[in-house]
Design a protein around this ligand. Structure first.
Ligand SMILES: [Cu+2]
Length: 137
């Protein structure tokens, strides 16, 4: 019987040791998670990217004049017309794909101060009024 007691005591110690190791692992993991949360980018870093919207219709851009400070801009281009259109800014070498009615596209722009004309490249649309000006301050 004495031998069995000794085995039980040893087993109890073993279980206690395993439990301690387990608790220590959880504590280390929680600490690591907190450290990760601490390294998330500050909100100011993302708010520096401007967002601008322009709507396409037959045959105009709304608004036709866009003004924005220099820097990074995401231009959201939404087609509220009845046929496909696009938005091209030749001075920046940027252009959306043709956008189907009720769909939108985005252009990510890195803008320097200046004046950049934009237009729809579908044949005849620019002449019909689909052109505008992007002014970067
Ligand atoms: Cu068009």
């Amino acid at each position: 019987m004495e031998a069995l007691d000794r085995v039980l005591v040893r087993y109890t110690w073993f279980v206690a040791l395993l439990t301690l190791v387990g608790v220590a692992a959880v504590v280390v993991q929680l600490g690591a998670q907190r450290a990760q949360v601490g390294t998330l980018p500050a909100p100011e870093a993302t708010s520096a990217i401007q967002r601008m919207e322009v709507t396409l219709r037959e045959f105009k851009f709304e608004p036709a004049r866009l003004e924005v400070p220099a820097g990074r801009v995401v231009l959201v281009v939404r087609n509220e017309g009845l046929i496909p259109h696009d938005l091209s800014i030749p001075g920046l070498g940027k252009k959306t794909d043709y956008i189907a009615p009720k769909k939108e596209a985005t252009l990510e722009l890195e803008l320097r101060p200046g004046t950049y004309p934009f237009e729809c490249t579908v044949s005849g649309h620019k002449e019909a009024g689909m052109h505008g000006t992007l002014v970067v301050r």
